[in-house]
Design a protein around this ligand. Structure first.
Ligand code: HEC
Length: 186
């Protein structure tokens, strides 16, 4: 009688383990997934802070601008390592396609990394108030065709771009990566 109870409990535990096992790769509790989602949220908060300073929705503070730009560049630099195989697909919003298109994914991460680094360097010497040369002149141009004049010309050096322009190009990169590699979740 007693042994049957024990056996029953053991079977239940085993069944539970079998049900749980397949989701352990990228379960809701996966620390890798949780860490990158937290990292993305930090990036979003930093990008929003900078955007609001430039839009006049939040007081511009050189120290706050610098802190947000540093966060952006640090978080973006970690991006490529945050999506290892086995952590992609539901319930995470990271598409399994990341694994089939690693080069493209990493190129995007490098591109946004260069922009975020350039922004962080500019923020290091941020003036006490937003100056005209920090402002974007004209609409943000596509990151891949910044020069636009000569086909095949090298992309403009991010170091030469106003901070606001860099921010817009960074936001474009967030959107491009999400469009391709992030599953929409309600
Ligand atoms: C190279 C690709 C890539 C870039 C660049 C990128 N993201 Fe993401 N982002 C993802 C993927 C993939 C996910 C889904 C992660 C998951 O659920 O595991 C995601 C998720 C998010 C989330 C949701 C996090 C959550 O709580 O689930 C936010 C917010 C976010 N990104 C903001 C940003 C912002 C802001 C930027 C730009 C500064 C950015 N991302 C740049 C790929 C990228």
């Amino acid at each position: 009688m007693r042994s049957r109870v024990i056996l029953g409990a053991a079977l239940l535990a085993l069944a539970g383990a079998l049900i749980l096992a397949p989701s352990l790769a990228a379960g809701p509790g996966d620390p890798i997934v949780a860490a990158r989602q937290a990292s993305m949220k930090e990036m979003a908060a930093a990008a929003r802070a900078i955007a609001e300073m430039f839009d006049g929705k939040r007081a511009y503070e050189p120290a706050a601008f610098k802190a947000a730009a540093d966060t952006l560049s640090a978080r973006v630099a970690a991006l490529t390592g945050e999506f290892p195989r086995g952590t992609l697909g539901a319930p995470s919003a990271a598409k399994p396609e990341i694994d089939q298109a690693r080069q493209e994914f990493e190129a995007l991460a490098r591109h946004i990394g260069r922009l975020a680094d350039a922004l962080a360097i500019k923020a290091q010497n941020a003036p006490p108030g937003i100056t005209a040369d920090m402002r974007m002149t004209g609409p943000p141009m596509d990151g891949g065709s910044l020069l636009g004049k000569r086909p095949g010309a090298a992309e403009a050096d991010p170091a030469d771009m106003p901070a606001e322009h860099l921010l817009h190009l960074i936001l474009q990169d967030c959107a491009s990566c999400h469009a391709k590699f992030r599953r929409k979740v309600e």
